[in-house]
Design a binder for this molecule. Structure first.
Ligand code: DAT
Ligand code: MG
Length: 139
């Protein structure tokens, strides 16, 4: 089933010059780029995007981190790309993410727990639809 998913290259990925490497992996996997834009997140967009995490202890540090620099917002398309991108991304905690994944190969704990884990990927068709509407309302 052809799906779309929202991917964010987080501020750590952009600051460390890893955006190209991550996009390379996405293209190598065979997913199509439907939309791609470098932009600064806003508190309003992040409040919507991370609504499910509001109230959790890591919520504010996560939002502050996402405001710390530009992000690359991407919409991908392909068969089962929601699951497929999360597989490319690896486990949430970059210290233990499997080698071969974006987080496992490029990420580590920089003393800031796990929010600096390079990428976001929607976790279900419902999340993907919701998140694409937040970041790319014209799609
Ligand atoms: P994922 O990004 O793998 O879907 P998530 O949706 O559970 O993970 O959490 C969203 C982001 O919040 C995650 O990418 C990094 C941060 N985060 C999650 N759990 C955390 C924790 N225990 N401590 C610090 N940051 C955390
Ligand atoms: Mg998530």
């Amino acid at each position: 089933m052809t799906q779309r998913t929202l991917v964010l290259l987080k501020p750590d990925a952009v600051k460390r010059g890893q955006a190209g490497e991550i996009i390379r992996r996405i293209e190598a996997k065979g997913y199509a780029l439907v939309a791609l834009e470098l932009r600064s997140a806003t508190p309003e967009v992040l409040a919507e995007h991370y609504a499910e995490h509001e109230g959790k202890p890591f919520y504010q540090p996560l939002v502050d981190f996402m405001l710390s620099g530009p992000v690359v917002a991407i919409v991908l398309e392909g068969e089962r790309c929601i699951e497929g991108f999360r597989s490319l991304a690896g486990a949430t905690d970059p210290t233990v993410a499997a080698p071969g994944t974006v987080r496992g190969d490029l990420g580590r704990d920089w003393g800031l727990k796990v929010q600096q884990n390079l990428v976001h990927g929607s976790d279900s068709p419902e999340s993907a639809e919701r998140e694409i509407a937040i970041w790319f309302p014209h799609l």
